[in-house]
Design a protein around this ligand. Sequence first.
Ligand SMILES: [Zn+2]
Length: 99
Amino acid sequence: MLSFVNNFHMMIPKKVKIGAHTFQVLMVDDVDPEGNVGECCSEELTIKIKKTQKESQLAETLLHEIIHASDAHLTEAQVDRLGHVLLQVLRDNKLDFVS
Ligand SMILES: [Zn+2]
C-alpha cells in the first residue's frame, strides 16, 4: 500500500483498505464548495481527492485522508503534521514495505 509513495509518478489507488474497511478513492473536479483538496467520509467509506493537484500534492492529500480515516479523534493540525512528515520520510528514505 505504501509503495506508491516511493514513486513520484505514483498512481492513486481506486481503493484503500484502512482497518476493517475498504474506502473508495474518488478523483473529483471539486471536493466541496469551500475549495478543500481532500475529504474522508467514514460513513460512505469514500475518500475524495481533487484531481487537478500536482503529483506530490495528490500523495500528500491521500495520506492526509488515510490518517483521518485511521483515527477520527486526531485534530486537523495533528493530521496535517503526520501526513506531511510521513510522506517526506517515506520518500526521502525510499521506504517500500511491500515489494
Ligand atoms: Zn484534514
